[in-house]
Design a binder for this molecule. Structure first.
Ligand code: AMP
Length: 274
């Protein structure tokens, strides 16, 4: 990979990088296509990163489709795909980890201890390997996007981190590789997440400032389908600190993690007052 990166750079071409865990869908492909608009060559990585999974999480069952993914990458204009074995990324003796402090703390950082340490470590390694001009990430994983933005700024990596909007199914469900875990019945119940977020977004746009009322609206949707809440929070959109009221000109974000059956889903949306 390093030799390839060098040859691209010697030609004076700029690289866009799209890191993924594979089982690609339209959300991933939207990042790749945008990469093609922002740089000369698009590279992607497909790596189910063991260090970002907790001991009781779905590392061993995470869906995979290497062949289909390569075809999808090709159709989205990706030139090269890096698919390392875990032992290539973390060889024996490996001991360096990256910790992004404040923005990693709440939300998924609290519910999935060590998750963002794993994410920040692998993304730092990928950015060091590819030296991209730009790297693209989805707002679907909103806290992850903030963690990586901070990481790139703090380590002065000279890469532009681009956040891209969440791509949804026609009925509102945020696309996710983990949606493949859902049964037909759970797939219907899973709509409660986006329904709750849209409801909160509309209520905020209509002038509701009280965060507890907006959170209650989301909880009602989750309870209506017996989805088990992991968290429902409304936070400052960049610092991710809790809010009690929405203010004009202060971007806020509503974030949910909830279990539908055994599947843990996350989703989030921007809230704008008035
Ligand atoms: P993953 O393979 O789930 O690790 O995701 C790889 C990248 O794709 C991350 O930057 C995600 O935020 C992004 N992504 C995943 N789902 C979506 C989606 N529905 N819309 C936009 N981006 C997404």
């Amino acid at each position: 990979m390093r030799a390839w990166v060098k040859s691209v750079q010697q030609r004076g071409q700029r690289i866009a990088l799209v890191p993924t865990m594979g089982f690609l869908h339209e959300g991933h492909l939207s990042l790749m296509r945008e990469g093609g608009r922002r740089a000369d060559v698009v590279a992607a990585s497909i790596f189910v990163n063991p260090t970002q999974f907790g001991p009781k999480e779905d590392l061993s069952t995470y869906p995979r489709d290497a062949e289909g993914d390569l075809a999808r990458c090709g159709s989205a204009g990706v030139f090269g795909v890096y698919m390392p074995e875990p032992s290539a990324v973390y060889p024996p003796g490996y001991q360096t980890y990256v910790n992004v402090e404040e923005v990693s703390r709440g939300l998924d950082g609290e519910k999935r201890p060590g998750h963002f340490r794993g994410v920040a470590t692998v993304v730092a390694k990928l950015l060091a390997l590819f030296r991209p001009e730009v790297a693209l990430f989805g707002e679907k994983d909103y806290q992850q996007l903030q963690v990586i933005t901070r990481l790139a700024a703090d380590l002065e990596l000279g890469v532009e981190i681009v956040g891209m909007p969440t791509i949804r199914e026609k009925d509102g469900l945020a696309m996710s590789s983990r949606n493949s875990y859902l049964s037909a019945e759970e797939r219907v119940r899973a709509l409660a997440l986006s329904r709750g977020l849209f409801a909160a977004q509309h209520r905020a746009a209509a002038g509701e400032r009280d965060v507890s009322k907006l959170v209650a609206l989301i909880r009602t949707e989750l309870e209506g389908v017996q989805a088990r809440e992991d968290y429902v929070e409304i936070v400052d959109a960049s610092r991710l600190t809790s809010l009690s009221t929405l203010e004009e000109g202060a971007p806020a974000r509503a974030l949910i993690a909830a279990f539908v059956g055994k599947t843990r889903l996350i989703d989030n949306m921007a809230l704008q007052l008035g």
